[in-house]
Design a protein around this ligand. Structure first.
Ligand code: FES
Ligand code: FES
Length: 143
């Protein structure tokens, strides 16, 4: 049995291998599918979650590395039913195109929020929404 703290909720999960990527556990065992799989090699950032407040790529982190740490996924950003300022700004500026990368982008922006202008985010958006992402982060800091 592996115990994970995800979005403030304790999950006791059975994982077949302690080296299983955290992303698989979040999506396939816990059932939180907002975190996406893109490249699987720590490049694209679609799988970004916060680990103790730091943005981390969960596709190449073993689940055992996440034990005892505070994991936040996109579902936890508005767990109280109220949209986060980043989410409000994302909607206001209609940031997403296909949307696939966007949960990872918001999690990457959250690492330095409040503050930041998106310049340090290395996540990939195949649709090229970078300018709107940066504008939304700036807007979110005013909301
Ligand atoms: S899926 Fe993790 S960085 Fe691309
Ligand atoms: S909105 Fe399509 S990959 Fe970013």
């Amino acid at each position: 049995m592996t115990t994970l703290n995800i979005n403030g909720v304790v999950h006791n999960v059975t994982v077949p291998d302690p080296n299983m990527p955290l992303l698989w556990v979040i999506r396939d065992i816990v059932g939180l599918t907002g975190t996406k799989y893109g490249c699987g090699i720590e490049v694209c950032g679609a799988c970004t979650v916060l680990i103790d407040g730091s943005a981390e790529r969960s596709c190449n982190m073993s689940v055992s590395e996440a034990v005892g740490r505070k994991i936040t996924t996109i579902e936890g950003v508005s767990a109280d039913g109220v949209s986060h300022p980043l989410q409000k700004a994302w909607i206001q500026l209609q940031v997403p195109q296909c949307g696939y990368c966007q949960s990872g982008m918001i999690m990457a922006a959250l690492e330095n929020f409040p503050g930041g202008d998106g310049s340090g985010i290395s996540n990939v958006c195949v649709c090229g929404t970078y300018q709107r992402i940066k504008a939304a982060i700036v807007l979110a800091n005013t909301l």
